[in-house]
Design a protein around this ligand. Structure first.
Ligand SMILES: C[S@@+](CC[C@H](N)C(=O)[O-])C[C@H]1O[C@@H](n2cnc3c(N)ncnc32)[C@H](O)[C@@H]1O
Length: 259
C-alpha cells in the first residue's frame, strides 16, 4: 500500500514509509511474528486479560483490535471468549494475515493519523485495544481523538506500550500523553487505570493504559452499555452526569490472570 501523495503532510509520509517497508509485505509479516516470539512479547496477553476483567458480556462485546499487526491481541481475546472482534491495520499484508486467523469478523485497512479518519461510525465499539503502535512513526498522538470517537460511552481503550517510551522517544511520549490529558480535561475520557509490568519484551518493561469514555449524557447512551459490567449500568441509571463521572474514576475490577 502506498500512502505518499502530495496531500499528506510530511509526518504522514514518514509513517507511511515505515509501514510499507516494515509491515506491508509477506516477509515482514513472517519476520515480525518470529522476532516477537523470540523476544517473548507479553503485552497482548496482559491486554486481553485486562479487557476480560473489565467486560461482563465477553462473547458479545464488540472490540476493535487497532493496528492489529498479525493479530496477537485478537488471539488472546479469542482464547478468553471474545467472539465479536474486528481487525484494523494500515498495512494490507497485516490485515490479510489477520483474515487467515479466522478470529475476526470485519477488517479495515486504513491509515490513522493527521487528517485520516477511521471508517467506522461514532460509538461503534465497547472497547478498542492496541499494542506496540504507541511509538514514533506509528500512531500519531492526534489519532487518540479518532480512537475515542469510535468507542461507545462507558467503553474502554486498552493500550500497551514500552515502559521506557518516555526515555527513548522523549518528544513523542510527551505529545502522546499531553494529547491524552487534553482529551481528559475536555471531559471526553479519563485514565481509568495504568499497569506497569516487568516484561513487555525480554529487553524492556511495559505499560498498559486503560482509558474510559465518559460521555454518559442521555438515556440513549445508557442503552449502548449492554456489554459492560452491571454495576456500571446501574450506576449510570442514577442519571446525574456528576455521579457518572465520579463512577468512571472508580478503580476497575481487574482480573489479571497468568497467561
Ligand atoms: C509494532 S506493530 C504492532 C502490531 C500488533 N498490535 C501487535 O501487538 O503485535 C505496529 C502495527 O501498527 C500498524 N500501524 C502503525 N502506524 C499506523 C497508523 N498510523 N495507521 C494504521 N496502522 C498503523 C503497522 O502497520 C503495524 O502492523
Amino acid at each position: 500500500m502506498r500512502f505518499c501523495c502530495r496531500s499528506l503532510c510530511h509526518i504522514n509520509c514518514v509513517i507511511a514509509n515505515v509501514m510499507s517497508t516494515e509491515y506491508d509485505n509477506k516477509n515482514a509479516v513472517q519476520g515480525y511474528d518470529e522476532s516477537l516470539a523470540a523476544l517473548s512479547y507479553t503485552s497482548p496477553g496482559y491486554i486481553s486479560n485486562m479487557l476480560a476483567g473489565l467486560i461482563v458480556d465477553i462473547e458479545n462485546a464488540k472490540v476493535l483490535d487497532l493496528a492489529a499487526g498479525t493479530g496477537w491481541i485478537g488471539q488472546g481475546l479469542y482464547k478468553r471468549g471474545f467472539r465479536n472482534l474486528d481487525a484494523h491495520d494500515g498495512a494490507q499484508a497485516m490485515v490479510d494475515y489477520c483474515k487467515k486467523t479466522g478470529i475476526y469478523k470485519d477488517f479495515f485497512t486504513c491509515f490513522i493519523g493527521d487528517g485520516h479518519s477511521l471508517p467506522m461510525k461514532d460509538n461503534t465499539y465497547d472497547a478498542v485495544t492496541c499494542s506496540g503502535a504507541t511509538v514514533e512513526n506509528h500512531l500519531p498522538p492526534c489519532s487518540q481523538g479518532e480512537i475515542l470517537r469510535v468507542i461507545k460511552p462507558g467503553g474502554f481503550f486498552v493500550n500497551g506500550y514500552r515502559g521506557n517510551l518516555s526515555e527513548t522517544e522523549v518528544e513523542y511520549a510527551k505529545e502522546w500523553h499531553a494529547e491524552a490529558e487534553r482529551l481528559e480535561k475536555e471531559g471526553k475520557w479519563t485514565l481509568y487505570g495504568r499497569l506497569h509490568f516487568r516484561k513487555y519484551l525480554t529487553i524492556s518493561g511495559g505499560t498498559i493504559d486503560i482509558t474510559r469514555l465518559i460521555r454518559l449524557a442521555c438515556d440513549e447512551d445508557l442503552d449502548n452499555l449492554s456489554s459492560l459490567q452491571p454495576a456500571i449500568r446501574a450506576h449510570g441509571q442514577q442519571n446525574t452526569i456528576a455521579n457518572k463521572l465520579s463512577h468512571s474514576r472508580a478503580p476497575p475490577q481487574l482480573v489479571i490472570a497468568p497467561f
